[in-house]
Design a binder for this molecule. Structure first.
Ligand SMILES: [Zn+2]
Ligand SMILES: [Zn+2]
Length: 304
């Protein structure tokens, strides 16, 4: 399926480097854009990647560390300048509103749209948002402060109509939509033609899990089990595991171990510490446990 993609806007960790921006990515699904985290530099990166600001209606924030949310004031201000009218929904810890409310009052008095805060409890695995295309669930993680990842579950598509069968039974156009959704067809003679003879099943819905920031936390395995694509933080290499423990982050090997236990189809690692000039060391560590591990990078687009 090519209409479910992850666009990496930033995959560095808290300290700025010239190689990476802080955390942010876009989930693109059936022409809609959903943002996860919004570190500094996010809006510039949106421009670079030619993403349409107007298609963005929902932003999901994992936790209240600056490298995951300092980009919000600038982005909201820009949306105002671009003449946005529709509501913007921001999902995340309840402290998000305390952070943004004074800034909005100070700089964005005449904003032409509503910023709607949806406080979530990062310690619970619950449904956060649902629309026609997707369901988004929280994934409780283990970090220094309350943090959750997000699981994007595409909604099932309609079945494919077998054109020759529709023509053969001369099914009226007004009934086709119902048949794609599972109706049988009854001929003028009263013969019931089973739906399974008229359609081919749609592909199984795909799932994407974003897990950053977190220490090694196998409790997430049942929630993310079998996802098509997992983004897991890999801030440190094995040699710095003590630092990973201290700061509640993961090593690349731990990220791969989670992917292996959860039997995910593919793994991207990101949230790289500024200390590594070349992240190849992280990729190799992860690859030895989960072959085919992908290194995140700004501008990278991965199909779910
Ligand atoms: Zn971080
Ligand atoms: Zn953090």
């Amino acid at each position: 399926m090519t209409d479910f993609e992850i666009h990496i806007l930033g995959c560095g960790s808290a300290l700025p480097t010239t190689r990476h921006l802080s955390s942010s990515q876009i989930v693109k699904l059936r022409d809609k854009l959903y943002m996860i985290d919004c570190g500094e530099g996010t809006q510039v990166q949106l421009r670079r990647m030619h993403m349409k600001f107007g298609r963005l209606n929902h932003i999901f924030i994992s936790h209240m560390h600056g490298d995951h949310c300092f980009g919000l004031p600038g982005l909201i201000s820009t949306l105002g300048m671009l003449g946005r009218k529709g509501d913007l929904f921001i999902h995340g810890p309840k402290e998000l509103e305390d952070f943004l409310e004074p800034i909005l009052n100070l700089f964005n008095k005449g904003l032409g749209f509503q910023v709607c805060f949806h406080a979530i409890d990062p310690t619970q695995h619950t449904l956060v948002m649902e629309d026609r295309s997707v369901k988004v669930y929280s994934i409780p993680l283990h970090h220094r402060i309350p943090t959750c990842g997000y699981l994007f579950e595409e909604k099932a598509k309609e079945a494919h109509l077998i054109r020759e069968m529709a023509d053969f039974y001369q099914i009226p156009v007004r009934l086709l939509q119902g048949i794609k959704r599972g109706d049988d067809f009854i001929t003028a003679e009263g013969e019931v033609v089973a739906n399974s003879r008229l359609t081919r099943p749609a592909e199984l819905p795909h799932r994407y899990a974003y897990c950053s920031d977190t220490a090694f936390f196998p409790e997430i395995v049942p929630i993310i089990h079998g996802v098509n694509l997992l983004y897991h933080e890999a801030t440190f290499a094995k040699q710095d595991i003590a630092r990973a423990r201290e700061t509640n982050h993961s090593t690349a090997a731990q990220a791969a171990e989670i992917a292996r236990r959860a039997e995910v189809k593919r793994l991207i690692i990101g949230h790289f510490s500024a200390r590594y000039e070349d992240e190849e060391v992280l990729r190799l560590e992860a690859d030895s446990i989960f072959p085919g591990t992908i290194l995140a990078n700004e501008g990278l687009v991965v199909t779910v």
